[in-house]
Write a protein that binds this ligand. Structure first.
Ligand code: COI
Length: 341
């Protein structure tokens, strides 16, 4: 049962202590058995490759307490496959998909009381992490790795839930190079965005949007999430680019849109086309569907909608994906992975 000493309704998106995380070590070609440390700290060699050469990657997933009391993780296979691809790209031993899913189930089971009650709008956020922990002083992959999943109960990423935000494009900073690592989930992509992100926040924009690094002509993604735009005829448009992270939420929303009979286009999105969208959103595990009402680039301010209005298509997408996650709409695609207690 959920804890009674947590104010579930006022959760934001931040760290809080839970019972334990799950941890495995890879050494001499094999993964260890899992351990369940209670302390949220790890000890590692000062020469660990994650500290010096950024040999690290992570994932983001959510577990939901559904209306009928079941606890489910949303599409963990997709996150497992993405972490596998990221590990290959960063020359780390990939975590087998089955091990990843078993780890996710077990850490949720051991922290069941931190899965927010149905009806509070919260979820248990799972943050899998794979890092090089072996010492490596010459530039090369490490000989030892650690895979962990930490969990914490969370509410909305941006204050106010489904409240529209404004975004800014800062042309002096890029997120990911065309043949770089934008399509995998490494911490470096987020480090690359921090300077611009802090500047944007200081100047009044909670989120920044990146254009393609080579030409600055095409829309790529927001710092924390994918970009989606809706045309007046209801067409769902999202950028196709080698330097955009394949978001599990975006993938799911595209399928929901297609199920609803909307046209879905995954292609290059020229900057100028933003004006043609009647609704724009950031989408991702953490932000779910966050409407964007205005996008500023220098003196060009594109007003997409009213500051307080959530467009009908975004509202429908949000209600559909959350309805599936909380078990109030049929899970026709089998996206909800039940964690048996
Ligand atoms: C997620 O949506 O889970 C992410 O990993 C984005 C994160 C930077 C908050």
């Amino acid at each position: 049962m959920p804890r009674t000493d947590i104010d579930w309704g006022s959760l934001g998106f931040g760290f809080s202590d839970v019972n334990c995380h799950i941890r495995y070590v890879w050494k001499d070609g094999a993964w260890s058995k899992p351990e369940f440390p209670v302390e949220p700290y790890i000890t590692m060699h000062i020469g660990a490759s994650c500290l010096h050469y950024g040999q690290e990657c992570f994932e983001g997933m959510k577990a939901f307490r559904q209306k009928d009391g079941k606890i489910v993780i949303f599409r963990p296979e997709e996150n497992a496959k993405r972490m596998y691809r990221t590990a290959v790209r960063t020359v780390m031993p990939p975590v087998p998909v089955e091990m990843f899913i078993e780890a996710a189930e077990e850490v949720v089971r051991r922290n069941e009381e931190f899965v927010p009650p149905y009806g509070t709008g919260g979820s248990l956020y799972l943050r899998p992490l794979l890092i090089g922990t072996g010492p490596q002083i010459g530039v090369a992959p490490a000989h030892e790795y650690t895979f962990m999943i930490m969990v914490m109960p969370v509410g909305a990423y941006y204050k106010g839930g489904l409240k529209p935000v404004r975004a800014v494009i800062l042309d002096d900073w890029d997120r990911a190079a065309p043949n770089g690592m934008g399509d995998v989930k490494v911490g470096g992509n987020y480090a690359a965005s921090l300077y611009a992100h802090e500047k944007a926040k200081r100047e009044g924009w909670p989120v920044e949007l990146y254009l393609d690094a080579k030409t600055h002509q095409y829309v790529e993604e927001f710092s924390t999430s994918n970009f989606l735009g809706i045309k007046a005829d209801g067409t769902y448009v999202t950028p196709d680019s080698h330097s955009v992270l394949p978001s599990v939420t975006n993938m799911s929303l595209k399928e929901c849109a297609a199920d609803l009979g909307w046209k879905v286009e995954c292609r290059k999105v020229p900057y100028g086309e933003i004006r043609e969208f009647t609704e724009v959103a950031a989408c991702g595990t953490a932000v779910v569907v966050t409407p964007v009402w205005e996008i500023t680039r220098g003196s060009d301010v594109i007003k997409i909608s009213d500051e307080n209005t959530v467009g009908p298509h975004l509202q429908k997408l949000y209600d559909t994906v959350q309805g599936i996650q909380y078990g109030v709409l049929p899970d026709v695609h089998g996206w909800c992975h039940e964690v048996k207690m």
